[in-house]
Design a protein around this ligand. Structure first.
Ligand SMILES: *[C@@H]1O[C@H](CO)[C@@H](O)[C@H](O)[C@H]1NC(C)=O
Length: 347
């Protein structure tokens, strides 16, 4: 279902596509032409305006943009705009692969058509930064270089951006993102995320890792807990000053030499930040809604208030809805779906 194309290793220079223009409102639905026959039809999102109490401070949000997950990203953006009181204060930083189709400039056009007044920029991610560091994991989808783009945000984004919220594409936000933006990252902590200290941390690394004190001493004197890297508040000043990108890359190099973990981009984050994460309320990442690797395994919501739903795992709500076999939680996703064909099919 969500298989990735083989990657062409072309070094693409990082370039920025400025997108400040605000378009007049086109008639909905708009058809976005992509490679001639391959049209993508999305409904234009309603226009969201700031309330009177909004100041001018910008909230920076970073996400990746990939054709396979585009529908998820569009729903995620839609949900954020819908629930925040100051939507015009948002600025989105979209990281797209420079070597895959559609190209960053095509993605810019698509996003502009769906969200005409959205402040955003699409950045071209140079896959070759990371392809030589990726070792094959147990799930092919986890090996996409774009999964590692979050490691490079401090370098990709302009130095004037000092904090960013990183979000996966398979999420929806049902609360005001300003609350997540204003969490405190005190002390030396460079990231904030919900942490799960009841999860068995041991299982994220191999016996080989735990039996080598030279490696496992990285956690000496710390109390590392699992966290999900799909929702993170990142202090980019600390990232730049303390070279967290380089530290993550070092662990990826170790992994190439000796297998110290099985999953993809998560374990290096656990190695570098485990025990040093500012804990954010669990309501900001109800993860695992995609179910496990079994076909059609539905998860239910954990009790308690929810601000963000995350379909991490193999199943994605748009795929299950289109297959006519959704999980109950997928019905919470569909109000944010702007993909036109699916709505017609569902009705
Ligand atoms: C945690 O996971 C490891 C490795 O899978 C296992 O050996 C250990 O028994 C588990 N510990 C608990 C408390 O479940």
């Amino acid at each position: 279902m969500l298989r990735y194309q083989a990657f062409v290793l072309i070094i693409v220079p990082l370039f920025l596509v400025p997108t400040n223009a605000i378009r007049s409102v086109p008639e909905t639905p708009s058809t976005i032409e992509l490679h001639g026959s391959n049209n993508v039809e999305y409904i234009e999102a309603p226009e969201y305006r700031n309330g009177p109490q909004c100041g001018g401070s910008v909230i920076h949000v970073a996400m990746t943009l990939d054709f396979n997950y585009l529908r998820g990203s569009v729903a995620a953006i839609h949900s954020i705009l819908k629930h925040t009181s100051c939507p015009e204060n948002l600025y989105f930083h979209f990281i797209a692969s420079g070597s895959k189709s559609p190209k960053p400039e095509d993605l810019t056009r698509i996003i502009k058509t769906i969200f005409p007044s959205l402040g955003f920029m699409v950045y071209s991610f140079d896959d070759s930064l990371v392809t030589h560091l990726i070792s094959n994991s147990i799930r092919e989808a986890l090996d996409d270089p774009l999964n590692y783009a979050r490691t490079y945000l401090a370098d990709i984004l302009d130095p004037s951006v000092t904090r960013v919220i990183y979000l996966d594409s398979d999420i929806i936000v049902v609360d005001d993102i300003q609350k997540l933006w204003s969490v405190s990252l005190s002390g030396s902590t460079a990231i904030g995320a919900p942490v799960y200290c009841h999860a068995n941390f041991t299982k994220y690394f191999t016996d080989r890792f735990w039996s080598d004190p030279g490696l496992s001493s990285v956690f000496a004197g710390k109390k590392p807990c699992y966290f999900n890297t799909g929702v993170m508040v990142m202090d980019l000043v600390k990232w730049r000053e303390e070279d967290f990108r380089g530290r993550i890359e070092k662990w990826m190099e170790v992994q190439k030499e000796e297998r110290i973990y099985e999953l993809g981009s998560l374990p290096p984050f656990l190695l570098v930040f485990g025990g040093d994460v500012a804990g954010i309320d669990h309501r900001w990442n109800q993860h695992g809604l995609g179910g496990n690797n079994r076909v059609h395994s539905c998860r239910s919501l954990h009790p308690g208030p929810i601000s963000l739903l995350h379909w991490s795992g193999k199943g994605k709500p748009w795929a299950r809805l289109d297959a006519g076999d959704p999980c109950p939680v997928d019905e919470l996703w569909s109000p944010y779906d702007l993909y036109k064909h699916s709505k017609q099919q569902l009705r």
